[in-house]
Design a protein around this ligand. Structure first.
Ligand code: GDP
Ligand code: MG
Length: 311
């Protein structure tokens, strides 16, 4: 039997449900999710392994979740859009995900144009169908059809996991015959160290409001895996003293809350006890600093580690 494989880029506006879809398809939590736009900052790869057996086809789908497409206004924003462009490059298929609850498709035009420019086949996924009545779906599909000749249009609910089986089946069919890129037990190419930083950032996103989620980033400074205990030290960076005061909270209560819930999640991910030391530091206007933003990129961090180890 033929083995199909390839790279599939999930593209869409902020909050469309890209990360929810990635996690649902991979069957684990790779990408953090929050109701706030611009939660995802890096491209994230997840692997779906489709086994032989009941399925007619076997294969491997490498999904790439991307930051939401938006007009950047800072170094961080520009870096996020570079991540999108790099994900698009070399992908075999695009899953363009749009919210079916939107009043008009106009808002998604910009993303559609970007997808079209890449000359890659596009599946349109109309997400959040759990939030509309069935009768409203057909006119929306018609409206989209007039904009582009999509290879497939598939209504889904990433949250309720509706329509995903059909989606995987059609994706696999659309991919060429190819190799197994990742071993069968591998779900992602993200290092644990980076996932730890993301878990902490997700807690900050969930526990704080207004500008704080956007002004925050997390850097893991120490990651020592012992046999029974993993020691982790991480710093939450923000941009102003006032934000730091909120992140620390009265008598350190907020930081404690973020630390405790992060630790539970990290322990679950690593399957090991964790000692987590959290700090908050102010770094004015870090989002504008090209150097600092580049330093946050785990792919670059990994390259530097490898370079440092070379004699
Ligand atoms: P992203 O910015 O495109 O990655 O979007 P997320 O995956 O972070 O999701 C944004 C918000 O939409 C979160 O609050 C999700 O729970 C919600 N969401 C995602 N998919 C669905 C869906 O199928 N139905 C509903 N009702 N909500 C969804
Ligand atoms: Mg996301």
């Amino acid at each position: 039997m033929a083995f199909h494989s390839g790279f599939v880029c999930i593209l869409g506006r902020p909050n469309a449900g890209k990360s929810t879809l990635l996690n649902a398809l991979v069957g684990g939590k790779l990408a953090i999710i929050s109701p706030k736009p611009q939660t995802t900052r890096n491209r994230i790869q997840g692997v779906i392994h489709v086994q032989t057996g009941k399925a007619k086809e076997a294969g491997q789908v490498i999904l790439i979740d991307t930051p939401g497409v938006h007009k950047p206004d800072s170094s961080l924003g520009r870096k996020m859009m570079t991540e999108v462009a790099e994900a698009l490059e070399g992908s075999d298929l695009i899953l363009l995900i749009a919210e079916v609850t939107q009043k008009s498709v106009a808002a998604d035009r910009f993303v559609l144009e970007m997808a079209k420019r890449s000359k890659t086949p596009i599946f349109l996924l109309l997400n959040k169908i759990d939030r509309i009545e069935k009768g409203r779906l057909l006119p929306i599909i018609d409206e989209w059809r007039r904009l582009h000749d999509f290879k497939e249009i598939i209504p889904i609910s990433a949250l309720k996991k509706n329509g995903l089986e059909v989606l995987v089946e059609r994706v696999l069919k659309a991919l060429p015959e190819g190799p197994r890129y990742f071993p069968e037990d591998q779900m992602t190419d993200q290092p644990a160290r980076f996932m730890v930083a993301e878990i902490i950032r997700e807690q900050v996103l969930l526990d704080t409001r207004e500008e704080i989620p956007y002004a925050t980033t997390v850097v893991v400074e120490q990651f020592d895996e012992g046999e029974r205990l993993t020691r982790i030290a991480a710093t939450i960076y923000c941009e102003r003293e006032g934000q730091k005061a909120i992140l620390v909270g009265k008598r350190g209560q907020m930081l404690k809350k973020i630390g405790t819930s992060s630790r539970w999640q990290i322990e679950r991910m690593l399957g090991k006890k964790v000692f987590l030391d959290l700090f908050v530091k102010v770094r004015p206007a870090w989002r504008e600093s090209r150097e600092f933003v580049d330093g946050l990129d785990w792919r670059r961090q990994v390259e530097n580690l490898v370079a440092a180890e070379k004699p």
